[in-house]
Every structure is written in structure tokens, then in C-alpha cells.
Design a protein around this ligand. Structure first.
Ligand SMILES: NC(=O)C1=CN([C@@H]2O[C@H](COP(=O)(O)OP(=O)(O)OC[C@H]3O[C@@H](n4cnc5c(N)ncnc54)[C@H](O)[C@@H]3O)[C@@H](O)[C@H]2O)C=CC1
Ligand SMILES: N[C@@H](CC=O)C(=O)O
Ligand code: NA
Length: 437
């Protein structure tokens, strides 16, 4: 049978890994797909850069638009990243009748609705498994493996770079900047690493997961986003002393009042499976009614793991080339005309437990003032840790863990606590979750 011909846009970490994997496992891939899958063309920004031996038989095109219109290409793999020109290239490929595979979560989160609509009109397929949690087949799992379930929620570590940084800070005592530089060197970070550390990349991925899990259009703009940039080693340490670990979580949960969509650092009990997920590894915990809780774990970034997902999509499309497009698995798992625009809860209305760290004058009565304010807001306390002041210091660190409470109540309490003359500076607040539902 004729080979399926691939045009690669970008030969960086993921493009290079894809080329390498297709070459390494070519025979088995052909047996699975029913025909060989061959990269025939690639478009790169720097044509003069030396490429590996796998690129020897690949024709390099300077103009990526020439590639997407090339008559001898069946599937275009967009692996350059960013919004433009990626969006224009993907839409041009679709309109030229090409199938598309992309690892670009920013593109799908912002323009997925438009891209899927264009693909539906053109009768072509768009694969984006690599866009969420790298090599973990989480999109296939939600769309196909759990298709019989009602999915109530999911929580995941879905940014490898920030998890790598948190792990290196905790275990190797590295500072933030050194750990980030390592993640960049290892090919985990985005071209603009602020996307990783400010939670934006995780929010891109969360919006994709939520759309697929709940059957709603993509709504990235409604995700509440906080990253790890402001975390201090002190809070990582205190969390540990209280039996918790800090992780950047993406959480999507259906409640009676609306859908929670949020990315923020979260304290997790040390014994929780997600608390054990370290380094570049990602994991997604899914709550669904028939199966119960299930956990998906694996490398969330890097050349090989991401190529694993890209190549799986290429094989899926190669297998489906003979199938009527109307009968393919829907992009967002639910039929496109059956998506529901569910209300998204503002973060003020979300209920969760909290870790609060305050710097207080070491004087009788201060703690009583604080607990009175919390009681006024109906916030009950689960644990208190008070550190001895260092010699000569007049202030102590006090850490409070609360029971579950409405976010608005905590914000009001924090404002009143910060106004107390006996409290120094800002109150550090981090959400805490046992993820038991
Ligand atoms: N690195 C990783 O672990 C993962 C990356 N991704 C996504 O995969 C995509 C690619 O990421 P990486 O390979 O890490 O980036 P990269 O920066 O290593 O590679 C991108 C390549 O595209 C080339 N490029 C940029 N603009 C171009 C243009 N107009 N025409 C042709 N080539 C162009 C660049 O020269 C570069 O070689 C991004 O969307 C990223 O978010 C997804 C999952 C994991
Ligand atoms: N920068 C991302 C790459 C994979 O999506 C990450 O660190 O997870
Ligand atoms: Na994936």
C-alpha cells in the first residue's frame, strides 16, 4: 500500500523527536497503520542548521505555506508552536484538504472551536493528543475509554516544567532560576517559559480537558489562573512539616452551581497519589461515575514522550483515511451540535480549604484576634502551626489550615487580618485539596 506522506512544520524538540520515532519504529508503525508513514517534507526556520541522519531523505521547504499546499502531502504536523503563523498554517492546510496533527495547546485552547469547525466543513481530521499531558493518552482516554461514563471532574499535574521546578526546589535544594534553566535545557519549557511558570500552559490544557470531559465548547478565557512564580521555599517547607506537598494543579469540576475551572498551586496530603508525581511527570486523576477514580501517569514533556502522542495521532488518521469523516470520534468527545455552554463559577464562589501563613507579633492575644475574624466568616480551623521566633525577632510565622470554605469568605477574612496592627505584611494563602469526591 502507498505510504501516508507527512509534512512537518518545525523540526525542534517535538518535530525532531517525531522524525526520529517514525524512523526508529517504522516497521511496527506500518504494521499498525496498515501502511508506512513517511515524513517526505519539512519546513524549518533555519534551513542551514545541521539535522540528524533521519532528515537526509526529507525535502526541506523554506516556505511553510508551500508545505501546507503541497499536493504530495496527506497530513501536516504543526510543531512550531505559538498562535501565528501556526493558526494560519493549520487553517490553510485544512482548507487545502489536508489532515492536521498538532502539539500546540495554545492554538487549540484559543482557536480550537474555529479549527474544528473548519475541519468539519473540509471533511478532514485534526489530532491534538500531544497538546495535553505530552505522551499520556489522556484525550483518547476521555473521548473513547471513558465514553460510557458521566465525568464529574478531573485534577491534574499538567505542566511538566513547573512540576520539575517544584521537585528540584524541594529535593535538590535548587533555586527557582536554576531549576527553570535546567527545564529549558531539557526541552520541557515553552518558547516563552512564563507560560509554564505562570500557569498559562496548564490553563490551556485544562480548558481542552474540560471541554472533552463535560461536552462544552473550549473556554480558555474563563479559567482562573495562578502560577508558581510567587511561591517561596518557606511555604514549600511549612507545607511539608504539616504533611502536605505543593503542586500546581489544574482542576475542572462540575458542581450544581456551575463548572469550576482553575489552575493554582495546591497543598495535597503527602500520601495522595498526585503528591507523589515528581519531576517532568504529569498525572491526571479523573472522577467518573461508572469507573470511579482513575489515574493516568507519564511523561508530560520532552522529545520522545511528546512524539509518542504525535505519532499515535498520525497512525489514527492513517487508519481512518478510508472512513467517512462523519463517523470519526468527535473532537470534543460529544457531537458538535450537542455541546452545552455550561456556566463557569467565578473563583469567589469556589469552595476549598486553605493554608494561611501570617507573620504576627509574638504577643498574647494576637492569635485570638485572628481566630475571631475567621470565626466571624464561619471559617473553621483544621490545624495551627506556630514557629518559634528566631533569637532577637519580635515576629513569628503562624500557619493555619482551614476546613472547606467559600473563597470570598477567606478573601474578606484575609483583608481584615492584614489590617490588624499586630500582623506584618501580607497573608500568604494557598488552596488545599484532598481530592476526595
Ligand atoms: N517540548 C515539549 O515537551 C512539548 C511541546 N509541545 C508543543 O509542541 C510545539 C513545539 O514545541 P517544541 O518542539 O518544544 O519547540 P521548539 O522551539 O523546540 O521547536 C519549534 C521549531 O519550529 C521552528 N519554527 C518556528 N516558526 C517557524 C516557521 N514559521 N516555519 C517553520 N519552522 C518554524 C523553530 O525554528 C523550531 O525549530 C509547541 O506548540 C509546544 O507547545 C507540546 C508538548 C510537549
Ligand atoms: N512546556 C510544557 C510542555 C508540554 O506540554 C510542559 O512543561 O508541560
Ligand atoms: Na497527551
Amino acid at each position: 500500500m502507498n505510504a501516508v506522506r507527512i509534512g512537518l512544520l518545525g523540526l525542534g524538540t517535538v518535530g525532531g523527536g517525531t522524525l526520529e520515532l517514525l524512523a526508529r519504529n517504522g516497521d511496527e508503525i506500518a504494521r499498525r497503520a496498515g501502511r508506512p508513514i513517511r515524513v517526505t517534507h519539512a519546513s524549518v526556520r533555519d534551513a542551514g542548521r545541521p539535522r540528524g541522519p533521519q532528515a537526509a531523505n526529507v525535502q526541506l521547504l523554506a516556505d511553510p505555506f508551500e508545505l501546507v499546499h503541497h499536493p504530495q502531502i496527506d497530513i501536516v504536523a504543526e510543531l512550531i508552536g505559538g498562535i501565528e503563523p501556526a493558526r494560519a498554517l493549520v487553517l490553510a492546510a485544512i482548507n487545502a484538504g489536508k489532515h492536521v496533527v498538532t502539539a500546540n495547546k495554545a492554538l487549540i485552547a484559543h482557536h480550537g472551536n474555529e479549527i474544528f469547525e473548519a475541519a468539519r466543513r473540509a471533511g478532514v481530521a485534526v489530532g491534538f493528543e500531544a497538546a495535553v499531558a505530552g505522551g499520556i493518552p489522556i484525550i483518547k482516554t476521555l473521548r473513547e475509554g471513558l465514553a460510557g461514563n458521566r465525568i464529574q471532574g478531573l485534577a491534574g499535574i499538567i505542566n511538566g516544567t513547573s512540576n520539575y521546578i517544584l521537585t528540584q526546589m524541594r529535593d535538590a535544594g535548587l533555586d527557582f532560576a536554576t531549576a527553570l534553566a535546567d527545564a529549558q535545557r531539557l526541552g520541557y519549557a515553552e518558547a516563552d517559559p512564563s507560560f509554564d511558570i505562570d500557569g498559562v500552559d496548564a490553563a490551556h490544557k485544562l480548558s481542552i480537558l474540560a471541554a472533552i470531559a463535560f461536552g462544552m465548547p473550549l473556554c480558555f478565557d474563563q479559567v482562573h489562573v495562578e502560577g508558581i512564580r510567587g511561591l517561596s521555599a518557606m511555604d514549600v517547607d511549612y507545607a511539608g512539616q504539616l504533611g502536605y506537598r505543593l503542586k500546581l494543579l489544574g482542576i475542572a469540576r462540575r458542581t450544581e452551581r456551575g463548572v469550576q475551572l482553575r489552575v493554582h498551586p495546591t497543598l495535597l496530603p503527602q500520601r495522595h497519589l498526585l503528591a507523589q508525581v515528581d519531576g517532568v511527570i504529569n498525572a491526571v486523576l479523573v472522577d467518573s461515575d461508572a469507573l470511579g477514580q482513575s489515574l493516568y501517569y507519564g511523561a508530560g514533556a520532552g522529545a520522545g514522550p511528546t512524539a509518542s502522542a504525535v505519532v499515535a495521532d498520525l497512525i489514527d488518521i492513517a487508519r481512518a483515511l478510508t472512513i467517512d469523516p462523519e463517523h470519526r470520534v468527535p473532537y470534543l468527545a460529544f457531537h458538535h451540535d450537542r455541546l452545552q455552554a455550561l456556566p463557569i463559577l467565578p473563583i469567589d464562589a469556589v469552595e476549598t480549604a486553605f493554608y494561611l501563613r501570617l507573620t504576627a507579633l509574638d504577643r498574647p492575644g494576637v492569635l485570638a484576634d485572628v481566630t475571631r475574624i475567621l470565626a466571624d466568616q464561619h471559617i473553621s480551623i483544621e490545624a495551627i502551626l506556630q514557629k518559634e521566633p528566631p533569637p532577637g525577632e519580635s515576629h513569628v510565622a503562624v500557619i493555619l489550615l482551614t476546613h472547606t470554605v467559600r473563597e470570598r469568605a477567606v478573601r474578606e477574612a484575609i483583608a481584615r487580618i492584614e489590617a490588624l496592627p499586630s500582623i506584618d505584611g501580607r497573608v500568604v494563602s494557598l488552596r488545599l485539596d484532598h481530592l476526595e469526591h
